[in-house]
Design a binder for this molecule. Structure first.
Ligand SMILES: [Zn+2]
Length: 81
């Protein structure tokens, strides 16, 4: 069990839409965003499984996450030289 019951749905890392868990591993769970199809892994080993449900999130939280993701993905597509 990686993220457990509270991590069955998490905010997608790209658009902050609902991402469903596809596979649950020992330390890492695999997710796919139902809104944009973005797939990603979350490693729950370090922090442990979340104690409260990861979904739903407020619209403010979604905004904040989208803003952060935009920065991250901009860096990934334009790596510093
Ligand atoms: Zn998405």
């Amino acid at each position: 069990m990686a993220g457990g019951i509270n991590a069955a749905i998490v905010p997608g890392l790209k658009c902050a839409g609902a991402a469903n868990r596809i596979t649950e591993g020992q330390e890492t769970d695999q997710y796919s965003c139902s809104a944009c199809g973005f797939g990603f892994l979350i490693d729950w080993y370090e922090g442990g499984p979340p104690e409260t449900p990861c979904w739903p999130i407020s619209e403010e939280e979604a905004e904040r996450r989208r803003a952060e993701a935009a920065l991250v993905f901009a860096r990934l597509s334009n790596p510093p030289r």
